[in-house]
Every structure is written in structure tokens, then in C-alpha cells.
Design a protein around this ligand. Sequence first.
Ligand code: ZN
Length: 155
Amino acid sequence: MSQDLRELYQEVILDHGKRPRNHRRPDDATACAQGHNPLCGDRVTIYVRVADDGTIEDVAFDGNGCAISIASASLMTEALRGRSVEQARALFARFHARVTGEAEDAPDAALGKLEVLSGVRDFPVRVKCATLAWHALRSALESSAAGTETVVSTE
Ligand code: ZN
């Protein structure tokens, strides 16, 4: 990765870490789940509103943690609105493969802006920060009852 690209990615992460998008607690969520990363102390709660046809109409989060965990949650909420639950699951699989280093080290166009987090693959302890919001999201999507709260730990 070029130095310029690395710096650009760093800027996007810092921006989302400092001014997270969709950082709120909607009162019309159909499901929510809390994620906790004990290694770093990150805690995020993900709220989703899924329409009857399976479209994610709204996704937001609150909580606090390191810049990576907050930036990842912020970028995730931006990436998921308007997608189907199936698309969200598929995107998590690609994102997970990219940041854990399971996939080959090449940019994945399907990830869009999420690609800025790809650098964590070189820092295993940061992978849990970057995937925390996604683990919580998956847990929220799996809970069928409205308002179910599940605690997921990335350990
Ligand atoms: Zn963290």
C-alpha cells in the first residue's frame, strides 16, 4: 500500500472515530444487540430496523471504545442502510475475510469505504476492534423478537 493511501485511510478512520455517523439510539429499532470487546474495553450497541421484506431501513449505534471500533461501527452503519439482511451478512463475510487476513491481501471493491480498515490485518489485536460492531449486528439480525438484547463477546 502506498504511503499516500495509508494516510488517506488513516484520515477517514480518525474522522469517523471523532465524528461517528448514525451515533444515536433510535426508539423504533426492531432489534438490537450489544457487543463487548474485553481486550480493548470497547462496547457498542447496534440498533437495526428491518422492514417486512428484509430491507435494513435504519441502522445506528451507541457506545464507546477506541477509534477503530467507533470508526468501524460508523462506517458499517453507512454501508448497510438500504441493503437486505442477506447482503449485510455477505458483506460481513467479505469484510471479516479482509481484516483477518483470510482473504488475499488485495483491495476488495465490494467493500467500498470499509476498505479503509483493511490495515488492521497487520495488527491482530485490532481485528476484534474492527469486527465488534459487525458481530453485534449479526447477533441483532439473528434475534427474532423485537428489542432483544444479546451480549456478544469477540473472545
Ligand atoms: Zn478497540
